[in-house]
Ligand binder design. Structure first.
Ligand code: PLP
Length: 421
């Protein structure tokens, strides 16, 4: 699927096997009737790169296929993907129910920016899936969660919450950024998957990007009153009813609106160049994930046996319900993120990070290189102390993203940095 999952075989114009970078903003119409048909959605085709592009199209198809979804929309970043995924079904006066276990940027988006647009986020503890049901009312438009949220690294109860949502008519949106290939949220009942492709999918720390994948499995029309943006005439697009407009194309009403309205009107789309970079990443993604996961396992075991380390946070080392969830939803590995705390606290954490030689000290995950950061003073610093506690950020927590270097080199760097911490 990573290599052949879409309809691409070679470039129809030249026979080029690698997907060419169609670095064009626009596409010449055959005649005025053709142009009118494209604008009226009576015929599919490229008309302007804010709406679609041949290079980006290959990436969208391939990731949708890899994920088991119906269609994809590539956007400029993971944050754009999350923003669009909510705005596509929620408007002022509506609410969403979100897991507390979130990337700090997503927390800030929900708690502040969406709130200012009139969309309320009700944060609930995912350890109790029924909390999602209790927080739901008639204006709830979506549930939101991350499969493998850092820093807590407690795998989200996807099936449990998706089932509650199916009962109440609420789709589950899952950010699967930290667990591509190893988790399959759509198979477990999620309706929409979003990615920051900046991380493992791109895989080389070169290009920001995001993806929204429509699972094509949510019965929007059966809950029509909850989703007027999809089931009522949309003045943003000639009065189109998206659930109707999508019928000739398949179960892609959600994705069609995201493209036709949000990508068109707000415009944070992926550049063709970044789509090309991302396609190169996807082609080796399953192999890289295997190596990320196997090296991370070695590192987690090493840290767990080290005298200076007071706690290791890693799904493969959890017990009880957390471990059961990790084993239910992750297949073939536990990802490459590891959290740990040093017995020496914050100061030891700082000395550790400053002593690293191979690891990069950066605000990223899922690079080919090994990375380390101190979330409390960086990625989660914009959160209040209470919010930091809720998301699992403790002052002495260090996060590692294990890369593709030889495991001996990774362990050697950790050993010398721990000795100096
Ligand atoms: N989701 C998760 C889980 C992340 O770690 C990040 C990291 O930045 C994002 C979303 C946002 O992605 P981007 O930086 O591509 O906007």
């Amino acid at each position: 699927m990573a290599l052949h999952g879409d309809t691409w075989r070679c470039d129809p114009a030249t026979g080029a096997v690698a997907v060419p970078i169609y670095q064009t903003s626009s596409y010449e119409f055959q005649d005025t009737a053709h142009a009118a048909r494209l604008f009226a959605l009576q015929e599919m085709g490229h008309l302007y790169t804010r709406l679609s592009n041949p290079t980006t199209d290959v990436l969208e198809q391939r990731l949708a296929a890899l994920e088991g979804g119906a269609a994809g929309l590539a956007v400029a970043s993971g944050q754009a993907a999350t923003t669009y995924s909510v705005l596509n079904i929620a408007q002022s006066g509506d609410n969403i129910v979100s897991s507390t276990d979130l990337y700090g940027g997503t927390w800030a988006l929900f708690a502040n920016t969406l709130k200012r647009l009139g969309i309320e986020t009700r944060f609930v503890d995912p350890a109790d899936p029924e909390a999602f049901a209790r927080a739901t009312d008639e204006r709830t438009r979506a549930y939101y969660a991350e499969t493998l949220p850092n820093p807590k690294l407690e795998v989200f109860p996807i099936r449990e919450v998706a089932e509650i949502g199916r009962r109440l008519g609420v789709p589950l949106i899952v950010d699967n950024t930290a667990a591509p290939v190893i988790a399959r949220p759509l198979d477990d009942g999620a309706a929409i998957v979003v990615y920051s492709t900046t991380k493992y999918i791109g895989g080389h720390g070169t290009s920001l990007g995001g993806m929204i994948i429509d699972g094509g499995n949510f019965p929007w029309e059966a809950h029509g009153e909850r989703f007027p943006l999809l089931t009522q005439p949309d003045p943003a697009y000639h009065g189109a009813v998206w659930t109707e407009a999508a019928k000739p194309l398949g179960p892609v009403a959600y994705l069609l609106r995201a493209r036709g309205v949000l990508a068109r009107d707000i415009g944070a789309v992926l550049s063709p160049f970044n789509a090309f970079q991302c396609i190169q990443g996807v082609e080796t993604l399953p192999l890289r994930m295997k190596q990320h996961c196997s090296s991370a396992r070695l590192v987690a075991d090493f840290l767990a046996g080290h005298e200076s380390v007071s706690r290791v946070i890693y799904p493969g080392l959890q017990s009880g319900e957390s471990r059961q969830r990790a084993d239910r939803y992750l297949h073939g590995g536990y990802g490459s993120l590891i959290g740990f705390e040093l017995a020496g606290g914050v100061e030891a954490g700082r000395r550790f990070i400053d002593s690293l030689e191979l690891f990069y000290h950066v605000a990223n995950i899922g690079d080919a290189r090994s990375l380390a950061i101190h979330p409390a003073s960086t990625t989660h610093s914009q959160l209040t102390p209470e919010e930091q506690v809720m998301t699992g950020v403790t002052p002495g927590y260090v996060r590692l993203s294990i890369g593709l270097e030889h495991p001996d080199d990774i362990l050697a760097d950790l050993k010398q940095a721990l000795a100096r911490a």
